[in-house]
Design a protein around this ligand. Structure first.
Ligand SMILES: [Fe+2]
Length: 197
């Protein structure tokens, strides 16, 4: 069954413009959903000649498989990103308590998470990892690189230039601060509660 656009465009946010979100949501996120469908459709009809010529340097099959995970993770990470924005950035709830337990203080966590946003080329991600039942900050240089199998994303900070260039120019740090101030902690905690169950 085809994938559909599940998120909604948050529109104008505090410091992040409607123009940025229109492009980010309407063209890029939606584009990942469409491309995921296109790639899956092509994979479902792949011909045996293309399977026979599968090759790690270049081949039709390699291109499709590479695109499959890039588009899938592009869709999944953006769905979390758009879902958790639109709030007032005031941390609270069970996830806040667990973050403080893991990183000693909110300020310490925030400094580390924001540094990951500066160090990543694609995403900084707060995730719950069932393999050790702990929270982790993971970072990805591309959507199909840097993920940890099984980890469930809770806060996904997109640091590709398209997320901030229009509003902040090259000042990624100011964008990350704005992102933190727009987080909707009710929604983040709802995600966390679902995982806990
Ligand atoms: Fe993005």
């Amino acid at each position: 069954m085809a994938h559909i656009v599940k998120s909604t465009n948050p529109g104008e946010l505090n410091g992040i413009s409607a123009k940025t979100n229109d492009i980010h949501f309407g063209k890029l996120y939606t584009g990942y959903v469409n491309k995921r469908n296109e790639v899956e459709e092509k994979l479902s009809k792949i011909e045996s000649a293309d399977l026979d010529s599968a090759n790690q340097v270049y081949s039709m099959y390699r291109g499709l498989k590479d695109g499959e995970t890039f588009a899938a993770n592009g869709m999944i990470l953006h769905e979390v990103f758009f879902d958790i924005l639109g709030g007032e950035g005031k941390p609270g709830g069970k996830l806040f308590d667990d973050i403080v337990a893991e990183w000693d203080s909110w300020e310490n966590f925030e400094a580390i998470f924001m540094a990951s946003g500066m160090a990543a080329r694609g995403w900084a991600i707060l995730a719950f990892d069932p393999s050790d039942e702990k929270l982790h900050i993971y970072q990805a240089d591309a959507q199909n690189q840097g993920g940890v199998w099984g980890a469930i994303p809770l806060i996904t900070l997109d640091v590709y230039e398209h997320a901030y260039m229009i509003d902040f120019g090259a000042d990624r740090k100011a964008y990350i601060a704005a992102f933190m101030q727009n987080l909707n902690w009710d929604k983040i905690n709802t995600r966390y509660e679902k995982i806990s169950k």
